[in-house]
Design a protein around this ligand. Structure first.
Ligand code: OVM
Length: 397
């Protein structure tokens, strides 16, 4: 069989059009049909949508690198808008060293202690919302919970914490092209950028949180003070909006598939697989990019060097070659291998923490909430990278 760069199929699908963002699944199917890789002519980048090949790209981090950015922009051509992340936007060996520092703070022992706190806060929040009865599940639940429990876990000041949501929006919309969504997200950059760096400084972190532990690596001569601040920034970049949208997506999915809600209520232990299935079914982190460091073989094609390759986790997670009835939300399915957290050396370092948060919340909901219904039209979020909701007006009984 011949291997060639020139015969890669081309598509005029624009993954940043409003139509695609609101309802990507038919577009995913069309792109998967084109094969392992296609060239998106409007975007000027390659795209990988089949499960097998998304995984293959993620498992070749030296060929498909992260150091040139994981958005559409190529840091070798365009300067990044912020100091690049020391984990997300780096390659080995720096990545290996920096990730190990974060991993150490997120040890199983640290997580066990946090789990108890997450359960206590989930109980308080759900009691309050049951009392309130009608509320916006995005602001009052999906954002409120990680802002409180993750913010406390990292040890940032409670003052103006909601700004972390705005910052997350900058980071994730910032991975897209320079469209209106990116411009809108960046409109408060002058205020939010110094804010985030300031809350991540050693003196502004609680003495008992995970954030301050990153500074141990400064004391042992491994990191500079500035590098530690930038690593703490990664917790806040990656850990709030993602979890918030996962919670919104779980609630939306349970209202859309009421028999799954009854299943969870009958067996709250299913909260673990319910979260995994939510990440598969409506992946909050839909897409990110890699950059080829050489001619890169994929299937029978070769992608040229220094090209951007978009990976669609959302599509891989609904690839019918991998999943039976992929468009059905089923909390008792086997979700092993779902790519919502990515995989390989850049696979989500906070995934155990995210699981502890959302499982605690779903378990408390299963025990305390009898029924959930929409009281108004759910409003989908228009976003370059994240899939979720702008608002979800609901009633808890
Ligand atoms: C970071 C970062 C930002 C966004 C996402 C992410 C999912 C990491 O700044 O390190 O991982």
């Amino acid at each position: 069989m011949t291997i060639s760069t020139s015969n890669i199929p081309t598509s005029s699908i624009d993954p940043f059009s409003e139509e695609y963002i609101l309802e990507p699944y038919a577009f995913h199917e069309e792109l998967r049909q084109l094969g392992p890789v296609s060239y998106l002519s409007d975007l000027g980048a390659f795209v990988v949508t089949q499960y097998e090949y998304v995984k293959e790209v993620l498992n070749q981090p030296l060929v498909f690198c992260s150091g040139a950015g994981v958005g559409i922009s190529n840091f070798k051509k365009d300067p990044p808008w912020r100091v690049p992340s020391l984990v997300l936007e780096t390659d080995p060996p720096d990545h290996t060293r920096n990730r190990a520092i974060i991993s150490k703070a997120l040890s199983p022992i640290a997580l066990r202690a946090l789990k108890t706190q997450f359960e206590a806060e989930a109980n308080l929040l759900i009691d309050r919302l049951l009392e309130k009865r009608n509320f916006d599940a995005v602001k009052d639940l999906a954002e409120a919970f990680p802002l409180k429990v993750f913010g406390d876990a990292i040890g940032i000041t409670p003052h103006e914490r909601e700004k972390a949501i705005i910052y997350g929006n900058m980071v994730f919309n910032g991975m897209g092209p320079k469209n209106e969504l990116l411009k809108q997200a960046m409109s408060r950059a002058d205020e939010i950028n110094p804010w985030i760096m300031s809350v991540c400084q050693r003196d502004n972190l609680s003495k008992s949180g995970l954030g301050i532990q990153i500074y141990d690596a400064v004391d042992s001569g491994i990191l500079t003070e500035m590098e530690a601040t930038t690593l703490v920034r990664s917790f806040l970049s990656a850990g709030i909006d993602t979890t918030a949208h996962a919670i919104s997506n779980a609630i939306y999915s349970f209202v859309s598939f009421p028999e799954q809600w009854l299943k969870l209520k009958a067996n709250p232990q299913l909260s673990k697989s319910a979260f995994e299935e939510t990440l598969r079914f409506e992946s909050p982190f839909q897409t990110f990019f890699r950059t080829t460091t050489s001619n890169a073989k994929l299937g029978n094609y070769v992608i040229p060097e220094n090209e951007k390759v978009m990976l669609s986790l959302g599509s891989a997670n609904r690839d019918p070659l991998q999943w039976e009835n992929p468009d059905i939300f089923d909390i008792s399915r086997i979700t092993t291998g779902q790519l919502g957290f990515g995989t390989g050396i850049h696979g989500c370092v906070g995934q155990m923490l995210a699981r502890a948060e959302v499982e605690a919340l779903l378990q408390v909901m299963a025990k305390k909430v009898t029924s959930i219904r929409f009281t108004g039209e759910p409003k989908r979020l228009l976003h370059n990278t994240l899939r979720g909701f702008e608002s979800l007006p609901i009633e808890f009984i």
